[in-house]
Ligand binder design. Sequence first.
Ligand code: CP
Length: 312
Amino acid sequence: MKHYLSIKDIDSLPEWVDEAISLKKNPYQFQDLGKQKTICLLFFNNSLRTRLSTQKAAMQLGMEVMVMNFGSEGWTLEYGNGTVMDQGTSEHIKEAAQVVSQYCDIVAIRAFAKLQDRAKDEAEEVLNGFSQHASIPVVNMESSTAHPLQALADAITIKEFGKTKKPKVVLSWAPHPKALPHAVANSFVEMMRLQDAEFVITHPKGYELNSDITQGCTIEYDQDKALENADFVYVKNWSSYSEYGKILHQDCNWMLTKAKLGYAKFMHCLPVRRNVIVEDAVLDSDQSLVVEQANNRTYAAQVVLKKILEAH
Ligand code: CP
């Protein structure tokens, strides 16, 4: 495997999930694989889970880890071809990516959508700039349109807590005071398409995700109906895709309550706004899997790094 940029880089989801669960049982079984190898984690945006779990995964494989908050500490990068760089940008991605490639063996990037220009976000200039110009493998730690490490951790969690061969999994939109990107929801949908599950997406009209991603999925605008007999309820906010980056409304009736959850397990990628996205009674109950999901971020990252190290 050259890069891990999206769910499409997973050749067999069931095998990767089983491998992650095996790594979780014995995290140091491949501690020599990454010996004398270095991973560099470049953050253009904030993080808690991604930063620490990816670092832990790399360390359990014996790797050295370098972390840089590129967004606040690096030079402002230019991505255009032939640009006369007499304005705000100081360094071109062509040099930056090649230079980073001299210092490490794998580079992992976090660069969120700016939600101002859909075409620009979908061009993924940071992630694609690095994958195009770096000479080393690139890992997506959440880009404008995808969060494949999170979705892999979610698949591991569903496997661990699923009680039936074909669980009902619901992805539900919830209100949020700030406009949020589509990356988590996109990758969750892409991952669920690889699962043997009854999968339903529910959101208010106007919050349809990119139809290229949801093509063929069941979309139910009535949240109560969607949640009937669910085994897993994954709650997430995203801004409008059609009116790109806009908050159309914040209907608080879409917040997930204990009554709506029924007997299902609750999932969220975190961080989560309590009593906006989901009420305390859900998060504080034993039906919440959010901490288990966060724990599985380590083994999702570890299986990805292991596969990259084995291929090089
Ligand atoms: N879920 C997730 O990616 O968490 P962080 O933003 O804290 O890394």
